[in-house]
Design a protein around this ligand. Structure first.
Ligand code: AR6
Length: 173
């Protein structure tokens, strides 16, 4: 695997519009859908994604996908080739779970490398329903991508709102 640093690109918009090889889903352990990014991906990608997720649950991931890990399925009707599902940690004020959030980005890139993907779109994992403060979530995302050896050439962070976009700009600077 030849590895150089991927270019990091910030986009304000909807992750389901992206034409990258991989779209990363901020999923939950059940892999069976939810709200936020997860809901949007399953809605636009169609039933083939859920079908693959059910197969994963019937096989190796009988107890679900553990927090911090990542696994690939088809992207169904999305423009991407694959969806890589990862489970972010729920934010806690009592316990430092940042290693798990770091793991989401690192493991997603590892799975993307296994697939031979050149471009990967990430949402700001855990910063919605799971409550992670956006500034810290952005810092962890950018630092982890910069520190990970990967053959992926472009990492695109797709931010839904102005505040998230600004947080990633600050983290990149
Ligand atoms: N495109 C890009 N970003 C989005 C989109 C979209 N279409 N929709 C939301 N965001 P979240 P989490 C932003 O809640 O915090 C689900 O129910 C959003 O503003 O999608 O990891 C799963 O099944 C936020 O900044 O994911 C889990 O149960 C970021 O994406 C749980 O939510 C992540 O928000 C996971 O929670």
């Amino acid at each position: 695997m030849s590895t150089t640093q991927p270019a990091i690109v910030l986009v304000r918009g909807d992750i389901t519009d992206q034409d990258t090889d991989v779209i990363v889903n901020a999923a939950n352990s059940s892999l069976l859908g939810g709200g936020g990014v997860d809901g949007a991906i399953h809605r636009r990608g169609g039933p083939a994604i859920l079908e693959d997720c059910r197969k994963l649950r019937a096989g190796h991931y009988g107890r679900g996908l553990p927090t911090g890990q990542a696994v690939a399925t088809t992207a169904g009707e999305l423009a991407a080739r694959w969806v890589v599902h990862t489970v972010g940690p729920v934010h806690s004020r009592e316990e430092d779970r940042s290693a798990l959030l770091t793991s989401c980005y690192r493991e997603s890139l590892r799975v993307a490398d296994e697939l031979g993907a050149r471009s990967v779109a990430f949402p700001a994992i855990s910063t919605g329903i799971y409550g992670w403060p956006i500034a810290d979530g952005a810092r962890i995302a950018v630092e982890t991508v910069r520190a990970t050896r990967t053959a992926v050439e472009e990492v695109r962070f797709v931010l839904f709102d102005a505040a998230a976009y600004a947080a990633f700009q600050t983290a990149l600077a």
